[in-house]
Each structure stands twice: as C-alpha cells, then as structure tokens.
Design a protein around this ligand. Structure first.
Ligand SMILES: NC(=O)c1ccc[n+]([C@@H]2O[C@H](COP(=O)([O-])OP(=O)(O)OC[C@H]3O[C@@H](n4cnc5c(N)ncnc54)[C@H](OP(=O)(O)O)[C@@H]3O)[C@@H](O)[C@H]2O)c1
Length: 334
C-alpha cells in the first residue's frame, strides 16, 4: 500500500511512529506492507517515489535539512504526480469551511484514493458530499480518530454490533472540559482556577474556547450523528451550552444528591446536544480527568460503554492505523 500523509504535527508524527513500530506486525498479521511516498506540512514536503525513510524523518530536527525535503511544495500541487493508494489527512480542524482538509480529501477521492482522517472540519461541513464522492468513485473514507482519539466507536458499531439498532448515544467527548469539571468537583475550585490548572498541565490551549464552549464536542457529535445514525446534520443543528457558567456551588448541590455535573453530548430522538447535565455518580458516564466516554443504547446488546483517552498523538494514530488495516483487509477481500 502506497501512502501519502498530510500533516506532520502531533497526530502526523504519531502516525509515522506507530507505522514504523508496527511494520513487522502488520506484515505478519495482515499481510500489509506499506510505503510512505509523501509527507506534507504547511511549509513543504518530504517526497520520495521509492518510499521515504521514516526513521530518518522522525530523527531529524531541522526538516529542511533532510535529503527528501522539498521546500514550499504543497499536497495540492503534488497530487497529480503522486502514485499512492491511500491518503491520511491530519491537518488542523476548521469547522467553518473545513479547509485545507476538505480540498485535500476531495482531490484524493477524485484521484481514486482511499482516505483516512482525524480532521473533524471536512466531516462536519461536508459529510454527505464526501460520502457521495466515495460512493461514485468506489473509494473508502474512514474517520475513527476524528471522535474520541483512540476510542473505537465507529469500528465497534461496524465490526462488532452488526445487526443492532443504535437507539441513542450519550458521552463525554472533550477531555479538557471533563478535566476542568473534575477539578471543580474534587478540588472545589472555580471554573477560572480549574482552567488555569488545565492550561499549566498542557490539557487546555491558550485559547480554550472550542473546548469549554462546547464547539469541539459538538463537531464530534455531528460526526457521530451522520456516521452512526445516518443523519444529515451540521453544527447549527446542535444545541450547544458550554461549561463556563457551571459554578462550584451547583456542583456541590448536585454532589449532595449523589449527582455529578458532566458535559454530556447526546443524540436521542433526532435531537443533538452538548450541555452540562446531571448524571448519577454510579453512571457509566461518570469518568474523570481527561477521559472520554461513549455509551450506546442498542436494541439487542442493550447498553455498551467504552472509555479511553480522547486525544494524544499515539492514541489517535491507533485509530488511524486500525482504519488503514480495515481498508487493506476490505480491499484484499474483494
Ligand atoms: N492532537 C490530538 O490529540 C487529536 C486527536 C483527535 C483528532 N485530532 C485532529 O487531528 C488533526 C491534526 O491534529 P494535530 O494535533 O496533529 O495538529 P498540529 O499538531 O497542529 O499539526 C497540524 C499539521 O498540519 C500541517 N498543516 C497545516 N496546514 C497544512 C496544509 N495546508 N498542507 C499540509 N499540511 C498542513 C501543519 O504543518 P506545519 O508543521 O508546517 O505547521 C502540521 O504539521 C486536527 O484536525 C485535529 O483536530 C487531533
């Protein structure tokens, strides 16, 4: 399998590390051999039609000093000449226009490539368009890493809950806001103080708006609604309420009645929302710190809950790797 990777930040580097580390296992277990022919950043790209030496790229400090580096070369300029079967798209998320990921994914599908992405933007703004392009072109698009980092939500439903109807979903889809609420609950601190701790520990960005105001969790909920429930929703269809107005007093009152306040994403009866909600302390959704959780209500298996790290380069690369293996096995079976 010949691969192009777009984005070489936290997730992109995780992808290169994980593929390097698992090379032998992938060959032995799945008969999957691969070669990365291009790795693209916003400043240029590593390019080698014979396959890049991944270890030397991981080791080099100054990317521009690498023998395969092409300064200023973009994916869009290179796509016509790239001979690859699969594109991994992990550039930054933009949920207003989906770019640059949306154009990268559309061009890849139009060229006949399968695509794996963890980028929420293109999926939030153009889910149906991308799915339709794939149908017409016979391509596969997978996006396990876009929701819940390493949590295998889509693969769980596709591969192990076949035949089940998913009635509804509830979950915690943003580790930063969950960490802040956990701090407020157990350390009895204000929102501002908990946010400061989250920033000091590197869990929250300098601009935490997308996390604490709920738009990050809302984008993931849109992807779940469209990908798991076959809806056709956008971010404007989500009722969003952030956690900025949650007070330590409200958390204490809830605690006295054996409830926690959590930032809950839900898809139920066609309604999608992300908002602070009371949950029982014994609920499967009562996970703390930066953990994410997704709980599905199904007709046959009843309630299924998965918990794990919703972010991190290696965790997200795990989801990307599983998508790539799945595409390889699907193609092999044809
Ligand atoms: N980090 C996580 O834990 C996590 C978890 C789940 C999903 N995601 C999603 O995964 C994606 C990547 O996240 P990240 O944390 O790896 O981001 P990041 O560290 O900011 O890295 C983004 C990478 O994309 C490159 N890039 C930006 N514009 C580009 C363009 N036009 N063409 C080619 N490359 C371009 C950047 O290039 P430069 O190196 O030149 O800046 C950088 O290498 C995002 O969509 C994010 O929402 C992340």
């Amino acid at each position: 399998m010949d691969i192009a990777l777009i984005g070489f930040g936290s997730v992109g580097k995780g992808v290169v590390q994980v593929f390097s580390k698992k090379q032998n296992q992938l060959r032995q277990k799945y008969d999957l051999s691969f070669s990365f022919k291009g790795i693209f950043t916003s400043r240029g790209a590593f390019l080698d039609s014979n396959g890049l030496d991944l270890q030397s790229i991981l080791n080099i400090k100054d990317l521009t000093a690498h023998s395969s580096w092409k300064n200023g070369l973009s994916f869009m300029e290179s796509i016509d000449d790239l001979d690859v079967d699969l594109v991994i798209e992990v550039t930054p998320t933009n949920i207003e226009h989906g770019e640059p990921g949306k154009s990268h994914i559309i061009s890849s599908i139009k060229k006949g490539c399968d695509v794996v992405t963890a980028n929420k933007g293109p999926l939030v703004v153009a889910f149906d368009e991308l799915a339709e392009l794939c149908r017409r072109g016979g391509c596969i698009l997978r996006y396990e890493g876009s929701v819940g980092g390493g949590l295998p939500v889509f693969n769980l439903v596709r591969e192990t809950l076949q035949g089940n109807t998913i009635h509804s979903l509830r979950g915690i889809l943003n580790g930063t806001s969950n960490f802040i609420l956990t701090q407020m609950t157990y350390e009895r601190t204000s929102f501002e103080s908990a946010l400061k701790t989250a920033q000091e520990l590197g869990y929250a960005e300098a601009d935490p708006a997308a996390d604490v105001e709920g738009t990050d969790a809302a984008s993931k909920t849109v992807i779940l609604a469209n990908g798991l429930f076959g809806m056709n929703k956008g971010i404007d269809d989500v009722y969003i309420q952030g956690i900025t107005k949650v007070t330590p007093e409200a958390i204490e009152l809830a605690g006295n009645e054996n409830f926690l306040i959590k930032h809950i994403a839900s898809i139920e009866d066609g309604q999608i929302e992300v908002a602070p909600r009371l949950i029982q302390k014994t609920s499967p959704l009562a996970v703390d710190g930066t953990l994410n959780v997704v709980s599905l209500q199904t007709d046959l298996a009843k309630e299924i809950t998965i918990i794990g790290q919703g972010a991190g380069g290696e965790e997200t690369a795990s989801a990307i790797l599983s998508d790539v293996v799945d595409i390889h096995l699907t193609r092999k079976a044809k």
